[in-house]
Design a protein around this ligand. Structure first.
Ligand SMILES: [Zn+2]
Ligand SMILES: [Zn+2]
Length: 440
């Protein structure tokens, strides 16, 4: 891999940054002249309304403080039990790691792995990556391998699901309150705090400013460079001008003509004007998720054995149970997260891919909003997986009641992962490629 500051490469002269004073929308690819960003405010795309730039006041110190707090909270959350269940003087307590282990021992290793990765590995990676970048910068040094750390952090941010875990824990608590006395543990509160602190640390990170300190480039961060540059007028897109936006370091790079693979001159991330094979990859993941959606809803997601016999619950019968037992807000919540959200994602992405394939010009603004909504709601469908995980870990009173995860849990986890891959593979700029921009 090429080091970020490696300028000795022969082809480096081909991959020079685009002139300053320009902004390129990551969602619709429209090139725009840079306007001053209001203090503490946001600069939005003229065409699709996407956030182009945010004024982060005192970003470095705040991100660093929040990342350090997140590290402490993460350790507390994983050392102490989340919740305990008391039946006839017997108390069963569960930590997150204990729950993951229990699923693994029950032979549910795909679910165990999914829970382990999304609730432990990814949040930990995000915290370590933030500290890795911000601590050396606070000490006036440059972080080692910043480009790799930034890319890893991007993956960790989209696959870390602490907020969904919290909601899953709350649903599990209400379900358990019907069976036995629930004792909340320290980790439940610290997970709640971790969710808020981690979101804050991620949101207050100013990627462009951090990169500017690591490796300054004659880029849009240098407003004085904008003078005299041949800035295209609004209406031009990155693709028509051969300018690509680096998703890792936010540098605008002029793509050399007739080039195959091009790497960002600053962070060495491979650059493309459009995601390669976006539509065929989106369709492939969508077909896989449609196929898996059937067993996820037909097979049992949970087996409960008790003194009264064995009961197998599908996702829908679990919702019906919650409804009948009087917890209708939870019934609605689980129905939306587990049945409606995956369905909306599959249908929405199929529509977006189909309309992009037909080069549709119809309501691009609405279609862009559909894509943003799909990205936003994407991981909330993991809710039922976390509910099952907590129930399996806690309801282990061998004589009285035992809960085990059913085969639908694996199929359901796979649906969530496949729809997230599909949303990731789709390139939202395809929505706008055939739409003329008529803003004056
Ligand atoms: Zn835009
Ligand atoms: Zn870059």
């Amino acid at each position: 891999m090429r080091a970020p500051s490696d300028q000795s490469d022969q082809s480096a002269s081909d991959r020079h940054p685009a002139p300053g004073g320009l902004l390129l929308c990551h969602d619709c690819d429209l090139l725009q002249r840079r306007a001053p960003c209001p203090h503490g405010g946001v600069l939005r795309c003229l065409r699709c309304g996407a956030e182009l730039e945010r004024d982060h006041a005192d970003s470095g110190t705040r991100s660093l403080a929040l990342a350090a707090a997140a590290l402490v909270l993460f350790v507390i959350s994983n050392v102490y039990p989340i919740v305990g269940l008391a039946v006839n003087g017997n108390v069963v307590q569960a930590t997150l790691w204990g729950s993951v282990e229990m699923l693994y021992r029950d032979g549910m290793w795909p679910i165990s792995g999914l829970v382990f990765i999304t609730t432990m590995v990814m949040p930990a990676t995000q915290i370590v990556a933030l500290l890795w970048l911000l601590v050396p910068l606070a000490l006036g040094r440059k972080p080692w391998r910043a480009n790799v750390v930034f890319r890893v952090m991007g993956v960790a941010r989209s696959w870390g699901m602490t907020e969904v875990l919290i909601l899953g824990l709350l649903v599990a608590l209400v379900k358990l309150a019907h069976i036995a006395t629930v004792v909340t543990g320290t980790a439940l509160w610290s997970f709640g705090a971790l969710m808020i602190v981690l979101a804050g640390a991620g949101a207050s990170l100013d990627v462009a400013a951090v990169w500017h300190r690591i490796s300054p480039m004659p880029s849009p961060q240098d407003p004085e460079r904008s003078e005299g540059s041949a800035a295209p007028l609004p209406g031009f897109t990155g693709a028509t001008c051969g300018i690509a936006l680096c998703h890792c370091c936010e540098l605008l790079v002029r793509m050399p003509a007739h080039a195959g693979a091009v790497a960002c001159p600053r962070c060495a991330t491979p650059l493309h004007l459009r995601k390669p094979a976006s539509l065929s990859r989106t369709w492939a993941f969508l077909v896989a998720s449609i196929v898996l959606y059937v067993p996820a809803n037909v097979l049992p997601v949970m087996d409960t054995s008790s003194l009264f016999g064995t009961q197998k619950d599908t996702i829908m019968s679990g919702v019906a149970y919650l409804w009948v037992s009087g917890s209708w807000p939870l019934a609605v919540l689980v129905f939306i997260a587990s049945i409606a959200v995956p369905m909306v994602k599959i249908l929405g992405l199929a529509y977006l891919a189909w309309s992009a394939q037909r080069a549709s010009k119809w309501l691009p603004g609405e279609r862009a909003r559909i894509y943003r909504m799909i990205e936003l709601i994407g991981h909330w469908s993991m809710l039922d997986i976390y509910v099952v995980t907590m129930l399996v870990a806690l309801v282990q009173f061998s004589a009285l009641a035992m809960i085990k995860a059913g085969p639908a849990a694996i199929a359901f986890g796979a649906v969530v992962v496949m729809t997230m891959f599909a949303a990731n593979a789709f390139d939202p700029r395809l929505i706008w490629d055939h739409v003329e921009f008529d803003h004056v």
